[in-house]
Ligand binder design. Structure first.
Ligand code: ZN
Length: 201
């Protein structure tokens, strides 16, 4: 299960912060009732593309003694299961859906000139599906704006709260993904354990 790293700051600062395993160790397991600190369990690597960054980052992992499941601390600038960071996606969506720029212009705005246009269309499609839910959720943080659509309203609300702060709230408190969870992790980012239906007795 992924939860948010408590650290808030830049990618460069994040590298320094992750070297110390005890500093951000969760004091309890978010997946079971065990009320014991988790045990450091190494890292996994994932790629991240963000403004002036295209490389891999290390994500700290912890293990619960009781349920034997792992918890990883994902930094707030990265979205679960997406290679691209929140900042570049936000820049793209604003340029396309608020400013009305061309797909090529949006890629430039997102600091990713030359990126395949299908990628941007994928972000837009996913964001459109999430917009209504994002508006409803973010009403807890900011007054809803009058807008012509949920998409425009959601973008204004994200802009006024700040995308990282909004993502932190949506993900940590509500398990809501800005662009939606992939189907196998819906609805809340956890692998659903499907039990076979018992035959009638
Ligand atoms: Zn546990």
């Amino acid at each position: 299960m992924q939860i948010l790293h408590p650290f808030v700051g830049s990618i460069q600062q994040y590298f320094k912060e992750t070297s110390e395993p005890d500093r951000y160790r969760p004091d309890h397991c978010p997946q079971c009732e065990a009320n014991r600190p988790l045990m450091a369990h190494g890292f996994y690597s994932r790629t991240l593309v963000d403004v002036e960054f295209d490389s891999s980052i290390r994500v700290r992992r912890y293990l619960c003694h009781c349920c034997k499941r792992t918890v990883s601390l994902l930094p707030g600038f990265a979205l679960p299961y997406l290679r691209f960071g929140i900042t570049v996606i936000a820049l793209f969506l604003i340029a396309r859906l608020l400013v009305g720029d061309t797909l090529g212009g949006c890629a430039v705005a997102a600091t990713l000139p030359g990126m395949p246009y299908q990628r941007g269309q994928f972000w837009i499609r996913r964001f459109r599906k999430q917009a209504e839910g994002i508006c409803a959720a973010l009403a807890a943080l900011t007054a809803p704006v009058v807008a012509s659509s949920f998409v425009v309203r959601a973008l204004h609300m994200l802009q006024s709260i700040g995308w990282m702060a909004a993502h932190r709230f949506l993900f940590a408190d509500l398990r809501l993904h800005l662009l939606g969870w992939p189907a196998f992790l819906a609805p809340d980012g956890r692998v659903a354990a499907l039990r076979p239906v018992a035959p009638p007795a």
